[in-house]
Design a protein around this ligand. Sequence first.
Ligand code: 5GP
Ligand code: MN
Length: 331
Amino acid sequence: MNHSREEIANLIKDLEGKILVTTHKNPDGDAIGSSLGWHNFLKRLGKNVKIIYKDRVPFFFDFLPGIEEINVKEEITEEFDWVIITDVSELKRTGFEDIPAKKSIVIDHHITAEPFADYSIVEPEISSTCELSYEIMKLINPALIEYPVALPIYTGIVTDTGKFGYNNTSPTTHKIAAELIEKGIDPYVVTKNIFERNRIQKFKLLELVLKTLDFSIGNKVAHITLFKKFLEESGAYPEESEGFINYPRSIIGVEVAVFFKEIDENYWKVSLRSKGNVNVAEVAKRMGGGGHKMASGFETRGSLEEIKNKLFKELELAIESAEFERMDRLP
Ligand code: 5GP
Ligand code: MN
């Protein structure tokens, strides 16, 4: 059941015992910003809190206060009274098979969410889990949103809105950003650390990946591929491919961009990005994943050829129905 912001705020305010905060595997800015923001906030609330992830934190988040307190573990063995899971509503996406906590709370903004938690708040319209977290923290105690809480929250909003450029950016998003800047956040600290620290290896990887650029469905779909061997060839980290998918999406005439990433032999992570007309959340859902209308993804086993065949059929249907919808809307 989905709870209100007030209900979640009251619940968190009165939490007792050992609290764990976690998020999804391969954590991005919103995942790290929201979970670390909550960790730092709960400490200020006087709670006993730990933060554990399945996967390590990409180096460009190392400027965030409290980042050194994040534990990376294959599995969680310690028992907790509560777990707060941010930016994800499926247990499987945390990367953990089991989280030994008596009660769970999910704070998220994904439309395909089927929350498994005891208490959850999922707001698909909001820009980011960080924006939602900020609103809930404000209800608990705005004075506790100090710099170490504000910086991760601001960071997650910046990354999940594509620097306030995607259509999930609302007037409230900007108002919250303004409040965070008033609290002492320097936007350039975030920009400099996340976007101005590229390693040359990243560009070597980009070169290899862009060479795979190909088109399908009448050039409406552009796709790129990262074979595992490219990581060895370039010396890049997997997380340095973040943002590559924006290149194929930006091409004139392209409606959907696809990024195939080889995790292991016959095991692929696929990202989808739409220019706005095609709902890629639906497509990802049918492929076993989920996400937002304009950004979604899934993981799957099989050969690249098999995955492409299945996915392109789904995309063709999604593009056709999007075109029908647009024709309906014409005067
Ligand atoms: P990315 O392509 O950057 O990994 O993910 C973009 C968005 O797609 C994420 O914010 C998330 O909502 C969704 N997403 C990506 N991979 C998966 C997946 O394996 N399962 C689900 N349910 N959603 C995913
Ligand atoms: Mn998010």
